[in-house]
Design a binder for this molecule. Structure first.
Ligand SMILES: *Cc1c(COP(=O)(O)O)cnc(C)c1O
Length: 381
């Protein structure tokens, strides 16, 4: 019997190869060419005004904190309100810049609880980072309002949110954030193997990101020398990083982006099948997404009392699930940032992500549902 993975990236091999072939034949595999094409396509698709293609979302999150810290003169230990129910990249990025993560609690949507966020605000608070877990955008508007009221920068970790839109306006979520960071890592819903992008609201920050993602190199100073003899010359003003994306990755991305709407629609179809069968099932809590959004549906999550034994049970049926996420303050690195996180900790012990990807057939979904239902019935709390 073939096994069912929680994630399995889906690539249109021939189309991807033909995009990559163009890079190889042009002898242009680095920054420029396809990376520019991807940035333009992403802006057109999403409506973000600026987009810079990177080697990962982790790099993007780091750049966001670095650029805002430099621009606004934030000090070491200034505070960023964040969630502990996320991939550690979100919080590592805060630590990279010697800022202090302050963990607010989530609610039953697994997104930041606005009331908890507001309670955590102090004199030292400079920013809030919101994670749209699984493609959800619950409470996003309220968090945005809090940021406006307290004059805080809002960074959106949109690693799961490629294509998440408002059902009301049709606009991509995050256009009003100060900075939105996407991941195109292989198991995300817009897969490119390894890549990300950073979308600033402000042009000067987009410029800063372009320089800092390429070791701090700034070519614009010399652009006035259109003279061929100065083409090799550039300036280095800042200690930058090697974070920019390349044309091979962008070539893969152009194909993933072309099919993103259709792929997300299929993800929603699978999520609806899960929801229909599991929502009213005793012992299972389905994590639902904000009804006012059209979710990218990167994840379908449930909460159960006997999570670990359910995982074991499903594994014996060759069904592999995931957990997104374990409360980050349970890791040694984040232990001393511990705070009152009753809801986050509750879900950290109970969450389970069901298989959700483009290789799943309807009958796979039925099989998964049946396995979960019989495991929960046979193993009551
Ligand atoms: C995957 C992920 C990231 C990091 O993305 P990379 O592109 O792998 O660096 C950041 N935040 C969240 C919530 C993620 O799931």
């Amino acid at each position: 019997m073939s096994s069912i993975q929680v994630f399995k990236p889906f690539y249109r091999t021939e189309e991807v190869l033909s995009e990559i072939r163009q890079c190889l034949e042009k002898s242009w595999t680095g920054i420029g060419y396809k990376t520019i094409e991807f940035e333009e396509s992403w802006k057109e698709y999403s409506g973000f005004k600026y987009c810079h293609f990177l080697n990962s979302a982790t790099s993007g999150l780091h750049l966001a904190f670095k650029i805002f810290k430099d621009a606004y003169g934030w000090k070491d230990d200034d505070q960023v309100i964040t969630t502990s129910l996320t991939f550690v990249s979100t919080n590592h990025a805060i630590l990279y810049e010697k800022l202090c993560p302050v963990f607010a609690d989530v609610d039953s949507s697994l997104c930041l609880d606005p009331k908890s966020v507001e309670r955590m605000i102090t004199e030292k608070t400079k920013a809030v980072i919101y994670v749209g877990i699984g493609g959800n955008a619950a409470n996003y508007d309220q968090i945005k309002q809090i940021c406006e009221r307290y004059n805080l920068i809002l960074i959106l970790d949109a690693a799961h949110m490629s294509g998440t839109r408002s059902r009301i306006t049709g606009e991509h979520i995050g256009l009003d954030s100060d900075c939105t960071v996407f991941s195109y890592q292989a198991v995300k819903n817009c897969p490119i193997s390894d890549a990300g992008s950073i979308c600033f609201k402000d042009e000067s920050f987009d410029k800063a990101a372009r320089s800092l993602s390429w070791l701090g190199i700034d070519k614009s100073t010399y652009s006035r020398f259109s003279d061929q003899s100065y083409k090799w010359r550039y300036n280095v003003e800042n200690l930058g990083y090697k974070y920019h994306g390349n044309s091979i990755m962008a070539a893969i991305g152009l194909v993933s982006l072309k099919y993103l709407e259709a792929d997300n629609a299929r993800r929603r179809e699978i999520a609806a099948m899960y929801s229909d069968s599991l929502s009213n099932f005793k012992g299972i809590e389905v994590i639902s997404h904000d009804p006012n959004i059209v979710s990218s549906r990167h994840l379908f999550q449930i909460a159960v009392e006997n999570r670990d034994s359910l995982i074991e049970n499903l594994t014996t049926n060759s069904i592999y699930c995931g957990v997104h996420y374990i409360d980050n303050t349970s890791y040694p690195l984040y232990k001393h940032f511990n705070s009152d996180l009753n809801v986050s900790k509750y879900y950290s012990d109970r969450l389970l992500s069901l298989p959700l990807h483009l290789h799943l057939s309807d009958s796979d979904v039925k099989k998964i549902v049946q396995s979960i239902q019989s495991a929960v019935v046979n193993n009551p709390v």
